[in-house]
Design a protein around this ligand. Structure first.
Ligand SMILES: C[S@@+](CC[C@H](N)C(=O)[O-])C[C@H]1O[C@@H](n2cnc3c(N)ncnc32)[C@H](O)[C@@H]1O
Length: 218
């Protein structure tokens, strides 16, 4: 029997993740523009924000912008001179996200780069970008293992690597999936200390894989 998570999720969200006008409008704008609501939940957004604040992040890289909902949470965690670079393959999503970043008043901290993430990641590496404090992977699930390989060199020592939607049905059914391969790959990386946190959704449970890049600990 599937756990009815709605009441738990609503309780946590109402206490700890109230939505202000900018966040509510972001979701409304996505609805108006026909952008699927596959963004993180309000409580997961708050968790992402806390993680960025906890490590004093100044530079965040997001793979998978959609309408900018998670991006607003990150941008708000950054200091005025901080930077969020967010990668998106769909120009329409990017355009909606840019409007939402503007409405939220964080556009000066955010750069949306359009194109396949693996190509943009290659460009970032080639350009010798300064390292990122936090990298959030939330795009096409098949791409996760490759994004892991490309992202790690871009992450500073002590930085956080976050992979979203990593507790899919495949974990239980035994089927292969990009996120399952991602979990297996991060578990094997000696420079990552990792745990998968179950995340409540309106319906059921998903997961966020949280990896800290540092000297190995047991
Ligand atoms: C789950 S949504 C991102 C949600 C967003 N992080 C949030 O919580 O508000 C995934 C996004 O990744 C984008 N995407 C899919 N494949 C991609 C690729 N190869 N490169 C870059 N972006 C991609 C999709 O167009 C979509 O907007």
């Amino acid at each position: 029997m599937e756990l009815d998570t709605r009441a738990y999720n609503d309780y946590i969200a109402s206490l700890f993740a109230p939505q202000d006008a900018a966040l509510t409008e972001t979701l409304a704008e996505m609805e108006r523009e026909g952008v699927r609501r596959i963004n993180v939940s309000a409580t997961e957004g708050k968790l992402l924000q806390i993680l960025a604040l906890a490590i004093g992040a100044k530079r965040v890289l997001e793979i998978g912008t959609l309408g900018g909902y998670s991006g607003i949470h990150f941008a708000r965690a950054l200091p005025e001179d901080g930077r969020l670079i967010t990668l998106e393959i769909d120009p329409h999503h990017a355009e909606v996200a840019r409007r939402n970043f503007e409405r939220a008043g964080v556009e000066h901290k955010v750069e949306v780069r359009i194109g396949p993430a693996s190509e943009t990641l290659r460009q970032l590496a080639a350009a010798g970008e300064p390292p990122f404090d936090l990298i959030f992977i939330d795009a096409d699930k098949d791409g996760y293992p490759e994004y892991l390989r490309q992202s790690l060199p871009l992450l500073r020592e002590g930085g956080l690597l976050l992979g979203d939607n990593t507790l899919p049905d495949a974990v239980l059914t035994g089927e292969d999936s990009g996120t399952k391969r991602y979990n297996a790959a991060v578990a094997e990386r000696a420079e990552l200390t990792t745990v998968l946190i179950p995340i409540l959704r309106q319906h059921g449970i998903d997961g966020l894989t949280v990896s800290l890049k540092r000297t190995p600990v047991v």
